[in-house]
Write a protein that binds this ligand. Structure first.
Ligand code: TNX
Length: 487
């Protein structure tokens, strides 16, 4: 009996140990555990063949934070930390995959691209946060989807570059790579457009009641994209049209129909700004040629300052007999600027091009889609909905709550599915603590379903328990779900 309990104890501690060993989120494609440990405090050398100062600095800084004795080496060593880019690995690892080998002497990251090396480093950062001495292992890892996104609504309540940079760091640690910014809506216009200056000189001065007004200048936007790019995050700017445009209509009367018939004037009338939360009560005047000139000029200027390949044209929640015609024009304007159009699922009602990416947000998955698409179903990915029923300052029109298990929603196998994106709308989210509380840890669930080939909620929950220290080190005001046994 004594031996029996000892055996049980050994088995339990083995599992506790191996669970800790693989507490990575998102979970890698393949892990092989080996015996022994690597002591980061004894790191001797750092070697890389990367010719990129940012990533080289990151790797160097990481090793120095554990061992002050680290020396940069200009040749391969048989100990220390090494990061080797080898383009021959592209076929096996893809554009974002990596291999890590941890032995007691050496930690080696190999990848075909700088993105792969960056993700290898993120995995090592997580492991180093869980263990004083990292267990020896080999990891081979690649993402399931190319689109692992987070959307933030800056229009209802504005969040500036400082928060967005923090958010990018946090996304990157969880291997998320698309930041969609909802830049315009009824309550505010948040990006400087020099050819239409009143959009910000007037249209950015409002916000939803209790929220924050403001806007990003073009140089702040460029700087943010550079910051994001170094961390493998592509920014997707959204100008929501032809509905959700009151901030623009209040700034430029020429976008309205005669008698302003395109606005429900009982709700608000130009040039007064709007701070309420109603939707679907105004639109661009689609029979007015000036509107198409506006769309062309705004999109051209935005394309000129956007580094990534995508422009999001909105397209949600609006009824108009000319809707399809507008969307088709907007689609061709964006393609004419050499950008890939993205739109909320309604845009697929028009005869849009095959390049356009549809973003599905209604409760159900589409039966057939000819276009590439992203999954953002409100019942699983609208993180302005509560962590638990009745949580104050949240939306509940789609579902009563999005528990961690709901956020961990397995993606279907569909040849046109590009990935997932979780959205946070800010009608009731007016400060960073509230934002953090709704985003984390649910965004970790989005990250894992977007990246991992194998998913398992129980395993995810057990691993998440080890991430509290990481959240705290990044000053994330996360929600402590009671179903997680936080360590
Ligand atoms: C729906 S889904 C919206 C937003 C709201 C959000 C609130 C979609 C494309 N539009 O305008 O802010 O619900 O949850």
């Amino acid at each position: 009996m004594k031996y029996f309990s000892l055996a049980i104890l050994i088995i339990i501690s083995f599992f506790a140990h191996s669970q800790r060993q693989v507490a990575l989120i998102p979970y890698p494609e393949h892990i092989q555990s080996d015996s022994g440990f690597h002591d980061l405090e004894k790191l001797s050398f750092f070697y890389t063949n990367l010719e990129e100062p940012f990533l080289t600095d990151e790797l160097n800084r990481f090793s120095r934070s554990y061992s002050t004795a680290v020396r940069i080496s200009y040749e391969l060593q048989n100990s220390g930390l090494e990061a080797i880019q080898d383009t021959l690995l592209l076929d096996s690892l893809g554009a974002e995959g990596y291999v890590i080998k941890i032995t007691s002497r050496k930690i080696s990251i190999k990848a075909a691209t700088r993105q792969g090396i960056f993700y290898g480093l993120q995995s090592i950062k997580q492991l180093a946060a869980f263990h004083k001495q990292i267990p020896c292992m080999t990891i081979l890892d690649r993402p399931r989807f190319t689109w692992r996104g987070s959307m933030i609504d800056l229009a209802r309540s504005f969040y500036g570059a400082e928060y967005l940079k923090k958010h990018i760091d946090r996304m990157a640690l969880y291997k998320m790579n698309r930041l969609h910014l909802h830049l315009t809506d009824d309550q505010g216009w948040r990006i400087e457009i020099k050819s239409w200056p009143k959009l910000t000189s007037h249209g950015s001065r409002s916000a939803v009641e209790g929220g924050n007004a403001g806007y990003m200048t073009q140089s702040e936007y460029l700087d943010l994209q550079e910051y994001a790019h170094l961390r493998n995050v592509v920014i997707i700017p959204e100008i929501d049209m032809p509905g959700h445009v009151y901030a623009a209509l209040a700034s430029y009367d020429e976008l309205n129909c005669v008698d302003q018939k395109n606005i429900n004037l009982d709700i608000q009338s130009p040039p007064d700004l709007y701070g309420g939360t109603e939707v679907g009560w105004n639109k661009l005047c689609l029979s007015n040629p000036r509107v198409y000139q506006f769309t062309g000029e705004v999109m051209r200027e935005l394309a000129g300052i956007t580094k990534g390949p995508y422009l999001h044209l909105g397209g949600d929640e609006i009824e108009d007999s000319l809707y399809e015609q507008f969307v088709e024009k907007a689609d061709s304007i964006v393609r004419g600027l050499n950008k890939i159009p993205v739109g909320w699922e309604e845009v697929l009602k028009g005869e849009v091009s095959s390049e356009l990416i549809g973003q599905f947000w209604h409760e159900s998955l589409p039966d057939t889609v000819n276009n590439l698409w992203i999954m953002s179903l409100c019942s699983h990915f609208y993180l302005d909905h509560p962590n638990y029923s009745g949580q104050p300052h949240t939306q509940d029109w789609c579902t009563e709550s999005i528990d961690l298990s709901d956020a961990y929603f397995d993606a279907p196998d569909h040849p046109k599915l590009m990935g997932v994106e979780a959205a946070i709308w800010t009608e009731f989210v007016h400060d960073e603590d509230k934002m953090d509380n709704l985003l984390w840890p649910r965004l970790c669930a989005t990250s894992e379903i977007g990246w991992s080939i194998q998913t398992d909620f129980e395993s995810f929950k057990n691993r998440l328990a080890f991430h509290a220290d990481l959240f705290e080190s990044m000053n994330i005001q996360y929600h402590r779900f009671e179903s997680v046994t936080w360590k």
